[in-house]
Design a binder for this molecule. Structure first.
Ligand code: C2E
Ligand code: MG
Ligand code: MG
Length: 534
């Protein structure tokens, strides 16, 4: 090969013999590392290229070059064989020029997808396994909004450093944008090896982060997809890992979920659920359960959240987390949502007839429902049909539903407010609301997400954030409900932080319609609320 032409390149190029010893290094290489050609000739590549073996095996990867003065600079390496395999060319692209995220110095989406594509191509040839891990940070947006962008940036940098350290070389971590990171894991021999890799990513979050004077604990949610099981194309693998991550997020904190178990990843189960869902309404398979909400000052039940249950003769009880996303996808959520509103109103009227007053029933609205122009009119019609005051009904929407199209959301919320129903924001703190909008919207209640309450007595940042939400809500004239209170310790904490009400297993799990009646009657008989043991 005519090597002088390689000296014209700005990219680092080196050529290795069969023993992986350097036989040539171009001028760019010499300039950037400080070595002379003579010093390099005959040196084994692994002595100056970190993780060379793996890069050689994978044909690409992130690496560090040890410069003469001992610095380690990051590069992207691509390996190609020529001369009938007698020589190997190693091209090292300056990471900064070719798709590096400026803040974290990690590869960006572009670089990641390029390398993933190459890895897939190679895995197809060699029947190898690959994993894509999609990760995001719980409540990052919230930290960003409350502490400011400087802190958010600091956190992202520190997280990136830890993530890089947590990976073996040859694997890759990239920043997709915001607080989303994605990993390409290639050193897998067995499917279950990925668990270990995911665990070491989680471990990187074991210790707190120090942002100037503030100490923050943060948890990631991770979704995993495996080639070839969860897809054999780049897009599919990324999407499925992303979907699994959303499920992980929904299930709580520090969670890892696999796409192969994910029903929304297009599996057989999903099809089963979808098929059966079409008949569920007609077959009367839905049921509402009710979970009490207790006001801490008044020690009274002030509301019940209506939670949908699907009892299928063969599938058993399918949890809402599994069928609601499918109902959303298929549009079935609209008739199902109508059914929920209607049945919640029926329950309200039953309770009013029985003399149980001042109980609001909260229904969860889905995104599709919330986008229906006639939602407010429909609700009003049902309220009228059952002759119940609008103030007995509360709708729960999520932050993402508001933020999706803030103008339409504002319109809809104003309409709902006009007819007199209460409005609460569900799972608050976990989503992406811009705090700025909160004061402009006619909201009554913030429901603090369960993930804050879960470790409120052990994690200072959960406590600090709950405190911040509580103060914020009160400053904006809203009430606060703490979701998912399970223990006395948690209850104590949320009391101290002036949450108005709680909802959670500590007081009661969601109850069947009859059990809810009993709960209310029992509670009425005792006057003030205390923990009822069944
Ligand atoms: P959500 O609206 O945040 O409802 C609260 C969920 O947390 C319920 O799960 C409830 O059982 C659970 N939960 C309550 N207290 C505790 C606790 O102390 N510890 C723990 N670990 N969990 C607790 P569920 O019933 O499985 O509902 C899950 C989600 O499904 C709901 O979250 C809501 O987003 C959705 N969903 C439920 N019913 C409906 C509905 O009628 N329509 C729509 N669109 N979504 C619904
Ligand atoms: Mg809810
Ligand atoms: Mg909730």
């Amino acid at each position: 090969m005519e090597t002088t032409i390689l000296d014209q390149y700005k990219t680092i190029v080196m050529i290795l013999n069969q023993k992986n010893e350097i036989v040539f290094a171009n001028q760019a290489f010499l300039r950037k590392t400080g070595y002379s050609q003579e010093e390099l000739i005959g040196i084994k590549a692994e002595n100056i290229i970190t993780g060379f073996d793996l890069i050689y095996a994978n044909k690409f990867g992130q690496t560090y070059i040890k410069t003469k003065c001992g610095d380690e600079t990051p590069y992207w390496a691509e390996v190609s064989e020529f001369d009938d395999g007698n020589q190997t060319g190693l091209i090292l692209a300056d990471i900064k020029m070719s798709g590096l995220d400026p803040l974290t110095k990690l590869p960006n989406r572009y670089l990641f997808t390029r390398h993933l594509q190459r890895a897939i191509d190679k895995a197809k040839e060699t029947n190898a396994l690959l994993a894509v891990l999609y990760m995001d940070l719980d409540r990052f947006k919230f930290i960003n909004d409350t502490l400011g962008h400087t802190y958010g940036d600091l956190l992202l940098k520190q997280v990136s450093e830890r993530l890089e350290k947590s990976l073996g070389s040859g694997n890759m971590v990239a920043r997709m944008g915001g607080d989303e990171f994605v990993f390409l894991i290639t050193d897998l021999h067995h499917e279950k090896d990925v668990d270990q890799r995911a665990a070491s990513v989680l471990n990187a979050f074991q210790e707190s982060f120090h942002l100037k004077e503030t100490e923050i604990f943060i948890n990631p949610s991770i979704g995993i997809s495996l080639y070839p099981y969860d897809g054999d194309e780049m897009e599919t693998l990324i999407t499925n890992a992303d979907t699994a991550m959303y499920r992980a997020k929904k299930n709580g904190h520090r969670k890892i979920e696999k796409a192969s178990l994910d029903i929304s990843a297009g599996s057989f189960e999903k099809l089963m659920i979808e098929n059966n869902l079409y008949n569920a309404l007609a077959n009367n398979e839905f049921e509402l359960h009710f979970q009490p909400q207790i006001n801490l000052k008044k020690k009274k039940v002030i509301g019940m959240e209506a939670l949908l249950r699907w009892n299928h003769p063969d599938l058993g009880t399918v949890p809402p987390g599994e069928f609601i996303p499918i109902a959303e996808e298929t549009g079935l959520i609209l008739p199902i949502g109508d059914w929920v509103i209607e049945n919640a109103c029926r329950k309200i009227s039953e309770w009013l007839d029985a003399g149980i007053e001042n109980i609001k029933v909260a229904v969860n609205l889905s995104a599709k429902q919330f986008l229906q122009n006639d939602l407010a009119e429909n609700i009003q019609r049902v309220l009228k049909e059952y002759s119940i005051p609008a103030s007995c009904l509360e709708v729960e929407i999520t932050e993402s539903m508001m933020m999706y199209d803030i103008d339409s959301a504002t319109n809809m919320l104003n309409k709902l407010k006009e007819i007199g129903v209460h409005i609460s924001i569900d799972d608050f703190g976990k989503g992406y609301s811009s705090l700025q909008y909160l004061q402009k919207l006619p909201l009554d209640t913030l429901k603090i997400d369960r993930s804050f309450i879960f470790d409120i007595d052990t994690n200072p940042s959960s406590k600090a954030l709950t405190n911040a939400i509580s103060n914020l809500a009160h400053a904006l004239n809203m009430k606060v409900i703490a979701e998912g209170v399970e223990t006395e310790k948690q209850l104590k904490q949320v009391k101290t932080l002036r949450c108005d009400s709680v909802q959670g297993f500590y007081y009661s799990r969601p109850l069947s319609s009859e059990a809810a009646d009993q709960y209310l009657v029992q509670f009425k008989g005792r006057g003030k609320m205390e923990k009822l043991t069944s």
